[in-house]
Design a binder for this molecule. Structure first.
Ligand SMILES: O=C(O)CCC(=O)C(=O)O
Ligand SMILES: [Fe+2]
Length: 230
């Protein structure tokens, strides 16, 4: 199962998009491409290892909340969780100020690992301003995503981000989003609510329905959270 294209959502022309991409699902079933020849092996190894990193991050988050290390893994059925490998290609753009690589959005899963070549371009929203994130050399950016915010009842925030383009050199990024299994019903963790004496801030929703809601044209770019606020 893979997707490729030259924009994020062709139905919308609110933004001038400047990106080629392809996405392939690598978990729970591993899909690949026939070409280039080494792609299958390399992407399998890369996906497996980045999955271990992502799982370790969910363990650290679980523990930071006073939960069992495998709490998020188990509650989100990550054994069958969705993992994608998405490659983004942003060629130099003659008028970068009039275009965008990927418009602002939050990722819908739990945690996204992101690497890039030497060109910066990722921006995150912080206190109402866009900040360009300096790429770590040989490191991952870690972006938390919507289901993490829901599960932790807002303790861990899903980061609003976008990709800008430049007129100097091609930027390449590889995003590896990890989410629950498609059939998981995600809600604020009851154990956490009890411990903290909190009321749930979000309604329970099936992950697949959440993705459909986020991707439906009507809600695109609006906060999907608005639909599930308790
Ligand atoms: O290219 C980037 O830095 C951002 C990519 C991204 O946000 C995504 O693929 O969801
Ligand atoms: Fe993203």
């Amino acid at each position: 199962m893979f997707k490729y294209g030259t924009s994020y959502n062709l139905a919308l022309d609110k933004f001038l998009l400047w990106r080629d991409f392809f996405k392939v699902r690598v978990h729970p079933e591993f899909y690949s491409l026939y070409k280039p020849g080494c792609f299958s092996e390399v992407s399998m190894e890369f996906s497996k290892r980045s999955r271990e990193v992502a799982l370790e991050i969910t363990r650290a988050i679980s523990e930071s909340l006073g939960l069992e290390p495998n709490y998020i893994h188990d509650a989100m059925n990550m054994e069958r969780g969705i993992q994608m490998l998405a490659a983004n290609y942003y060629p130099p753009c003659p008028q970068p100020e009039h275009a965008i690589g990927i418009p602002h959005h939050t990722d819908h899963g739990l945690v996204t690992l992101l690497i890039q070549n030497k060109m910066n371009g990722l921006q995150v929203e912080h206190n109402g301003k866009w900040l360009t994130v300096d790429g770590p050399a040989n490191g991952f950016f870690v972006n938390l995503a919507d289901q993490m915010q829901i599960l932790t009842n807002g303790k861990y925030k899903s980061v609003m981000h976008r990709a800008t383009v430049n007129n100097k050199a091609t930027r390449i990024s590889i995003a590896i989003p990890h989410g629950p299994s498609v059939d998981t019903i995600v809600a604020p963790a009851p154990e956490l609510l009890e411990k903290e004496g909190q009321a749930p801030k979000y309604l329970a929703m099936n992950y697949k329905e959440y993705i459909q809601l986020q991707q439906s044209e009507k809600n695109y770019m609006k906060s999907t959270f608005d639909h599930i606020r308790a």
